[in-house]
Design a protein around this ligand. Structure first.
Ligand code: ZN
Length: 340
């Protein structure tokens, strides 16, 4: 018990310092992006919430049962540090719900990391991903759902290297386990958030974009948890225009009770959807300028008539010329999806 409590306590301390560093050090424009519709106050609320649990841990009251005043099973506490009722006081419905959650947690652990790029009817897809170090914290995925729809996802964990990549492995596993039982992108996001937020091992932030595409109707519905807005370049009637798929909720791990909305849009023939991580737009050239959204959009516009693979090559070459032999110091990933 002691070791579990100690582990949770140090995890909470880490989360707390991560959040207060974020509030102190993040530039305003970046805050607006990562918070989506949420406010900075909601981050403060989360810090206050964590503080109450740090206090409980220090007073030995973490996991104290509200019914019998004993301690809840440490396995429960490890799954969710806010847990405060022993198993034996739960109703049969509550036990069933908990069993479902345990089963889900088990499926998550068993899920490996195979990556398949499916042939999605009517879409042409190409992707590029390069870690800054030998292992990265970027993640993208395409999953086929049982009803014929497809999930397109991209995520970015704060930081680099092994710790970031481990966080991404868990997020990927969560996505794979949750997607078959969730009803919509916002529902998927909400469930991932719920698994993520009260587990003390996850003391990091993850930005996440989840889209679900139906090839029958060509409708894409998406939910964006503080991820860099994907670009939708529409070339319908001659003139190209870029639509940014802005955040519809806060970054995972940043806010205590975020609300994830979703947006639906119909893709048209010729549309180009580009998902990317901040390693692209925050790449820096020798005069310390950022690559930025505008250069990215220029690349996509310039090559829009070409195949998806050529557009990917175009972005990569432009980016490499821009940084001019400077090593890219962040993981860099982009996915180009062209509607036939
Ligand atoms: Zn009890």
């Amino acid at each position: 018990m002691t070791t579990v409590l100690e582990r949770i306590h140090s995890g909470l301390i880490r989360q707390r310092s991560l959040l207060s560093d974020w509030v102190r050090q993040t530039p305003e424009s970046e805050k607006t992006l990562r918070l989506g519709p949420a406010t900075e106050q909601s981050v403060q609320d989360r810090i206050d919430y964590i503080d109450t649990y740090i206090e409980k841990a220090e007073e030995g009251k973490l996991g104290e049962c509200t019914v019998c005043h004993g301690h809840v099973q440490s396995a429960l506490l490890e799954m969710d540090y806010t847990c405060c009722v022993c198993l034996e006081h739960l109703s049969s419905t509550e036990v069933r719900r908990l069993e479902n959650e345990l089963e889900l947690a088990q499926r998550i652990q068993q899920t490996l990391l195979p990556r398949e790029v499916p042939d999605i009817p009517g879409l042409e897809i190409a992707a590029y991903s390069r870690p800054a170090q030998f292992i990265g914290g970027d993640y993208f995925d395409f999953l086929k759902l049982d009803d014929g729809r497809y999930c397109l996802a991209i995520a970015d964990a704060a930081g680099h290297g092994i710790s970031a990549s481990l966080h991404m492995a868990s997020v990927q596993a969560m996505l794979r386990a949750i997607i078959p039982i969730a009803s919509s992108p916002a529902d998927v996001m909400q469930r991932i958030h719920d698994l993520f937020i009260h587990n003390s091992h996850f003391s990091t932030f993850v930005t996440f974009f989840i889209g679900i595409y139906d090839p029958e109707t060509q409708v894409l519905s998406y939910s964006n948890a503080g991820h860099n807005p994907p670009v939708l370049l529409r070339t319908g009637d001659g003139e190209a225009s870029a639509l940014m798929l802005n955040p519809t909720g806060a970054v995972l791990g940043l806010v205590e009770e975020p609300l994830y909305r979703e947006v639906e849009l119909k893709l048209e023939s010729g549309d180009l959807l580009v998902l990317y991580t901040d390693g692209v737009t925050e790449a820096v050239n020798p005069s310390d300028e950022l690559f930025g959204n505008e250069r990215l959009i220029e690349c996509i516009e310039r090559d829009r008539q070409r195949p998806a693979q050529a557009i990917v090559r175009g972005i990569r070459d432009t980016l490499e010329r821009f940084v001019n032999d400077r090593a890219l110091d962040d993981d860099t990933t982009f996915v180009v999806i062209k509607v036939a």
